[in-house]
Design a binder for this molecule. Structure first.
Ligand SMILES: O=C(O)CCC(=O)C(=O)O
Ligand SMILES: [Fe+2]
Length: 287
């Protein structure tokens, strides 16, 4: 990954509106204050036009140019991307499988000079995300070579059912919007370390709407969310336009990666490191 330079930084982020690199700026402090407020109230936050409009257009071109490298999957998965476990009763969230049909352009397939690589390499961005999340520990980029900052690709009729992520936090940047559908829905903080909250999860899986929120992104917006704790999904894509979204991800533990089963289902493969690191104790939550 190429080290970030000031000029690249200025080319990617809309620093005229959001001077995230300027630690003395009151605009920056106010922005962080507002993001924190939304995160605690809504469990998710959107910062409009965070990416420069010219850059969003180039990122959409980048994603389209990598389209043929997409790993596609159409399969039934539970919210934890884990294998079926017959020790749980029928209907239990662990045994609730729904169809996912989407693709990923894995992070390790991005060309070295890709805009998404440059964006993710930014320490200023990582630090900004950390401050916005108001967590009590350092935050790291995700060590997972496939899932750290992929593009998710959803073609017409694709859908992404209710699930949790392996990593704690993601900042999504939509680069090409579907004509209709492709809306992000989530239930803020439905689980927490030590507390799976299966009853509530089950209610949502069976169509419950209590606590469900929706966020309709525009290209160039930045969305912060807590994918390990907030169950989320993307509604079915309608119309003829493919939806591309960049998913830079962050974690507490710089050693961890997705579980091999999860990695193979989502990204088509698991590396030796995925197997080696799969035994690391995390937070007690199911991946
Ligand atoms: O496409 C999105 O907005 C979210 C994708 C997602 O949840 C995931 O890749 O785990
Ligand atoms: Fe997710």
């Amino acid at each position: 990954m190429k080290p970030n330079t000031e000029s690249e930084f200025e080319e990617i982020f809309n620093i005229d509106e959001y001077p995230i690199q300027s630690f003395q700026s009151s605009i920056r402090s106010e922005l962080i204050f507002e993001v924190r407020r939304q995160m605690s109230e809504l469990g998710c936050c959107r910062i409009s036009n965070f990416i420069r409009s010219e850059t969003v257009i180039q990122m959409a071109e980048e994603a389209r140019s990598l389209h043929e490298k997409t790993f596609w999957s159409t399969l039934e998965q539970n919210p934890y991307a884990s294998e079926d476990d017959e020790t749980f009763p029928k209907g239990h969230p662990r045994r609730f499988f729904s169809l996912r049909s989407n693709g990923f352009i894995c992070s390790d397939l991005l060309p070295a000079n890709s805009l998404l690589n440059q964006l993710y390499a930014s320490d200023v961005l990582t630090h900004f995300v950390w401050e916005c999340l108001e967590v009590d520990r350092p935050l790291y980029r995700y060590a997972d070579p496939l899932a750290s900052h992929p593009y998710s690709v959803m073609e017409p009729e694709s859908e992404f059912p209710w699930h949790f992520d392996g990593n704690e936090f993601t900042i999504s940047v939509l680069v090409q919007q579907a004509d209709l559908g492709g809306i992000f829905e989530y239930v803020p903080d439905i689980r927490s370390p030590g507390q799976e909250n299966y009853e509530k999860v089950e209610a949502i899986l069976h169509g419950g709407e209590e606590g469900v929120r929706r966020l309709d992104l525009n290209p160039g917006d930045l969305q912060l969310f807590k994918g390990r704790y907030s169950m989320h999904r993307v509604t079915k894509i309608e119309g003829a336009t493919t939806r591309y979204i960049a998913l830079p991800s962050y974690v507490y533990d710089p050693y961890r990666m997705n579980q091999p089963h999860h990695s193979i289902n989502y990204y088509g493969r698991a590396t030796e490191a995925h197997y080696e690191r799969s035994k690391v104790l995390v937070d007690g939550l199911t991946d």
